[in-house]
Design a protein around this ligand. Structure first.
Ligand code: HEM
Length: 490
């Protein structure tokens, strides 16, 4: 079926099943970006090719100019993503899965929440949580025999991210760092670590989307987790709508303000923010921002542990701006050039969401490349392969922040780097994710020397879930407080 489909449109088809089998995906042994990579390498100098992924005909784009047209210039042909996870009551109304005009309307309402001024105000939250985090490590180090804290990266970083998000989005103090067994922490962790059964369900969705969603009414997120978070969000929204909670600086408050504006301007334009859309949007921000940010922080800390020279260079830079109470200023943080380079390199080499997707919503013809895309076909942008292509990055397998020095940046197209996506449908939480990550890393390197333990896998390892690149489980690191900074009071 796919052979005749691609032949009809003159598109070369590449079979990726030898490189990545369905079983590999089912068992989480390999991710979809590795199948993209096989096609990317096999394509040679061609600009695009067709693949059949779990029975779906998809087009993979290699050429950066064509990619730019799809993601920006001719975006009106490629507004949507594929509709998998269709049966989810919550998912269906979430920003990442909304379609066409509804997506445009909701995105326009939500985008002001992530403007620089609002993120600057959230700095108070990042600083507060960061301080608790550092204090916890210091306590652990002080009570150990050799004065160092041994941490398991995933739960430790998740605790920080959960506390930040709980406060920044839900407006609640989850205190996961202090109490990792709280209900909020347990539910968030359950959501972020898909079980084998959930992985199987995701692959089943990919293979038979209509049957899974319409006939079986399959759900990915467990009912108890969804009910728990929806309950908190519903209560939080009601309290802010009625004015019983005021003057908060969290996403729920900002959503309520957007809703009140909509009501004020009713009659002039359509109202997109229904109660369900607001709950789903806030939940989507939590889901989309949680594992991505955690993975970025973990990969960064892991890379720093392995390269002590890089860590020293970063510490020298960071030490200049960390205040004696351990807090950081938003504007000063933005001036740290080396921190930015390290983070860019983390997101190049280990992009947490390693493939972009768009669904063609009206037939598309690009006369320059000869590409024809029929309505309904999914386009995949192989971010992982582009980020690892020696054409754009010299020695791409080497972790080297110098890939992002001004000279090297000027040598390549800016479209060869896309960890947050590109164009009108890129990541809405880009600034929030970056600042949150920067604060965590700056505070850690300021107060601690980060080292691998005997159990830390070297070179750096990673695993895959679907498109997601994630750090290995059970990753152990050693944090030793830096002497002259240990007396800082918290
Ligand atoms: C380092 C952290 C993060 C990374 C690497 C990341 C990456 C991405 C990527 C690759 C996309 C798809 C973009 C595209 O298709 O062009 C995306 C979309 C999205 N991200 Fe992020 N993200 C991060 C943090 C966050 C945070 C903190 C939030 C919110 C609090 C967030 C909310 C979203 C949403 C809502 C979308 C869908 C946007 C839409 O469809 O209009 N992300 N993200």
């Amino acid at each position: 079926r796919s052979k005749s489909f691609f032949k009809k449109y003159g598109i070369r088809q590449i079979d990726t099943s030898a490189a990545v089998s369905k079983l590999d995906i089912f068992l989480g042994r390999k991710g979809l970006p590795l199948a993209d990579d096989f096609a990317y390498q096999t394509m040679g100098g061609e600009k695009y090719c067709g693949v059949s992924e779990m029975g779906n005909n998809m087009i993979i784009i290699k050429d950066l100019e064509l990619l730019k047209k799809i993601l920006i210039k001719d975006f009106d042909h490629f507004v949507d993503r594929r509709d998998f996870l269709d049966s989810e009551r919550t998912f269906k109304r979430m920003l990442p899965s909304l379609k066409g005009d509804e997506w445009k309307g909701v995105r326009a309402e939500v985008i002001p929440i992530f403007k620089t001024g609002k993120i600057r105000k959230m700095m108070e939250i990042f600083n507060k949580v960061g301080k608790m985090w550092v204090a916890d490590f210091k306590e652990k180090a002080a009570s150990s025999r050799d004065g160092s804290a041994i941490i398991e990266a995933l739960p430790t970083v998740n605790a920080y991210t959960i506390d930040v998000i709980a406060s920044a989005i839900f407006g609640i103090q989850s205190e996961t760092i202090k109490n990792p067994n709280s209900t909020f922490a347990k539910m968030a962790t359950k959501m972020s670590e898909p079980s084998k059964w959930q992985l199987i369900k995701i692959v089943f969705f990919l293979q038979f989307p209509k049957f899974a969603s319409k006939v079986l009414q399959m759900q990915i997120i467990d009912e108890d987790v969804r009910n728990y978070f929806e309950g908190i969000l519903e209560q939080g929204l009601k309290a802010r709508m009625s004015g019983s909670i005021e003057n908060r600086n969290d996403v729920l408050q900002l959503l309520v303000e957007a809703k009140k504006n909509e009501i004020k301007n009713a009659g002039e334009k359509k109202q997109w923010l229904t109660e369900q859309v607001m709950i789903s949007t806030a939940f989507a921000l939590f889901i989309a921002g949680f594992s991505t940010t955690s993975s970025t922080i973990i990969f960064a800390v892991y890379a720093l542990a392995i390269d002590q020279d890089m860590q020293d260079e970063l510490r020298n830079e960071v030490d200049k701006i960390v205040r004696t109470d351990g807090t950081l200023d938003y504007d000063e943080l933005s001036t740290l050039v080396y921190l930015e380079m390290v983070l860019c390199e983390v997101l190049r080499k280990y992009p947490p969401a390693a493939r972009l997707e768009r669904r063609c919503v009206k037939d598309y013809k690009d006369s320059e490349s000869g590409l024809f895309v029929q309505e309904g076909v999914t386009i995949a942008i192989p971010m992982y392969s582009i980020h690892h292509d020696p054409k754009y990055y010299e020695n791409p397998e080497k972790f080297d922040p110098e890939h992002f020095n001004p000279k090297n940046k000027a040598k390549r197209s800016s479209y060869a780097y896309m960890p947050f996506g590109i164009g009108p449908r890129n990541c809405i939480g880009l600034r929030l994710g970056l600042v949150q990550t920067k604060v965590a890393i700056a505070q850690l390197v300021h107060f601690f020397r980060i080292e691998p333990t005997k159990k830390t896998p070297i070179p750096i390892e990673h695993t895959w879930i679907g498109y997601g690149m994630i750090p290995p489980k059970g990753l152990e690191l050693k944090l030793t407080p830096i002497k002259n900074k240990t007396n800082t009071s918290f």
